[in-house]
Design a protein around this ligand. Sequence first.
Ligand code: GLN
Length: 382
Amino acid sequence: MIQLPLSKLSNVGTTIFSQMTQLANENEAINLSQGFPDFLPDSELLNHVDHFIKKGFNQYAPMPGMIALKEQIAAKIEHSHQAVYHPDSEITVTAGGTQAIFTTIASFIKKDDEVIIFEPAYDCYEPTVELFGGIVKRFEMKAPDYEIDWNAVKNLVTDKTRMIIINNPNNPAGKVLKENDILELIKIVKETPILILSDEVYENIVFDGKEHLSVCKYPELKERSIMVASFGKLFHVTGWKIGYCAAPENLTHEFRKVHQFNVFSVNTPIQLALAEYMKNPDHYHYLNQFFQEKRDFLRQGLSNTSFELLDCEGTYFQALRYDKISDKNDLDFARELTISHKVASVPFSSFYKNKRDEKVIRLCFAKKQETLERAIENLAKL
Ligand code: GLN
């Protein structure tokens, strides 16, 4: 057998999302692990896709994306955040949020550059930074509040800090950054060359009247930020793997140098369908309320159980602490829950490098009412 060189990602296995979905399927459990809706997207959107495929739009899109879609994206950002991005030179359509994140890191991180992340962190940040020789510095947010101590973050900054990755609203903790967090972030980066990768894929899923504070609202951040968004989350089509990034022209220029060799372009008829569908902002304005009702239904259903419901200000994930139910570590507990109680979740330790175990699991509530009802019924037995 041929001798392989050392693995570039020796500590990396298969993502927890794939693992838990597979375990859910094997055990015929209700899958509240990986974050995806189990209901259909709007038929109007599906009809647009059908239309453009049949009309013959089946060849390569321009490398940065179809202009019709980029114009709609720019309009959405301006309408939502009063920030202007030029559709031609500052917006790029990507194969989902993950590709936008990968390409951003590939474009800007080289050997020994330091990147600050906040844990619990979405699982693709760290391995991607490592792949390009970067060094991850982490601030651990802790249960139950997952607050950020900005003084501690400031202490992580050195003259090698090249990037700070923020995820707002945060997956898995469901936390939303407040104005004060943003102002502290501005204090840290101003007069430095630090870039910000802002993963905002849940920007339209924020609850209780809270406002989503995008980096693009703040000129001091916008000029150094690559903002990442996802149509999968916006229109319940995670399997279409389509998203975008918005960044100032100089950053977009570098991003596209990598993007062109990474995916070249994203599928054409879906871009055109999304552009058509986005003309009506009502198609996403309802999301906050829609998912808030699902969150409340799940929380209400679990309110008399021994699970502790942590705050959920945004995203479609509810964090549950189970320390009154079991002493098991969160991975074992999540496995047992899947196998014996037929509800699959994601253990929070997967989002920490040191596998921090605070006996917290994540449930996805982007599900039909009947799915949530069945899950509540099973969980209520614990
Ligand atoms: N974003 C989804 C989640 O957090 C998973 C995406 C994936 O499976 N790669 O569950």
